[in-house]
Design a protein around this ligand. Structure first.
Ligand code: NAI
Length: 254
């Protein structure tokens, strides 16, 4: 059976854990060669092993995605090992809690560095390569927190809203180059990031229960987001660009 992404090359950031690991495995199952980027070498190695088991080629880059070096290295690897780049998934991100008063300027910069600057840097490095390959698809992992206000998540929710409008602007700028740009807005997905959030609450079990109640379909799985990303990077969404695909179990339907 023909795989949806046979012969294509994809960069996935934040590939060493949670949603990024699931996206990497699904894209590999559909035949994409991968460049996995993360700053956790252990997580990267584990995802690389899963990906290699799908019979595709894979390279890993241990780097901080908020610095230009990571994006330059990833796109150079694409060119050197795979002769081009077709897909970029900007997934890496961090979440720090706090109102604006509680958020230190250094923490604000950390959140915007990992979440927004990284997406800008990777898109900036990737788009010239995609143009050479005749087009491509960029998908960014935003959040339900970019669509509605979130209590004590000032920097995080602002960063995710920024990603949604960066998506729309890039979609307009690069449609004529054959590059589609979309994002997904996950709800609460069971990953180390979400578990750390619950653990930081006074009563982690109560926090999780409330989150389940707030999401009509409950807490989501990493595969739910990976499937949405696969749709947006594949030709099945060939007429979709500038879109924010909400995969939040109904959270924002209220
Ligand atoms: P996670 O913490 O399990 O995985 C994130 C990965 O990104 C980690 O491996 C981490 O090392 C990497 N990363 C973060 N900043 C980095 C940096 N500066 N340089 C290199 N690597 C970096 O988190 P999860 O849940 O898988 O999150 C993935 C994305 O999904 C994030 O952008 C997050 O904001 C978003 N998201 C997650 C939700 C959830 O409920 N889990 C909900 C909505 C959005």
């Amino acid at each position: 059976m023909t795989r949806l992404l046979s012969g294509r090359t994809a960069i996935v950031t934040g590939a060493g854990s949670g949603i990024g690991a699931a996206i990497s495995e699904l894209l590999a199952s559909e035949g994409a060669n991968l460049i996995l980027v993360d700053r956790q070498p252990g997580g990267l190695a584990s995802t690389a092993q899963q990906v290699a088991a799908k019979g595709v080629e894979c390279r890993t880059i241990d780097a901080d995605v908020s610095l230009p070096d990571a994006a330059d290295r990833a796109t150079s690897e694409a060119r050197q090992w795979f002769k081009g780049l077709d897909i970029l998934v900007n997934n890496a991100g961090i979440a720090l809690t706090g109102t604006v008063v509680e958020t230190l300027p250094s923490d604000w910069d950390l959140v915007f560095g990992s979440n927004v600057r990284s997406a800008y840097l990777f898109a900036r490095a990737a788009i010239p390569h995609m143009r050479e390959s005749g087009g491509g698809a960029i998908v960014t992992v935003a959040s339900e927190a970019g669509l509605v206000g979130f209590t004590r998540y000032a920097a995080y929710s602002a960063s995710k809203a920024a990603l949604i409008n960066l998506t729309r602007s890039m979609a307009l700028d690069h449609a004529s180059h054959g590059i589609r740009v979309n994002c997904v807005c996950p709800g609460s997905i069971d990953t180390p990031l979400l578990r750390a959030f619950y653990d930081a609450q006074d009563d982690p079990a109560a926090a999780r229960l409330q989150d389940e109640i707030d999401h009509p379909l409950g807490i989501g799985r990493v595969e739910d987001i990976a499937e949405a990303v696969l749709y947006l990077v594949s030709d099945r969404s060939s007429y979709v660009t500038g879109h924010a695909l909400v995969v939040d179990g109904g959270y924002t339907a209220r």
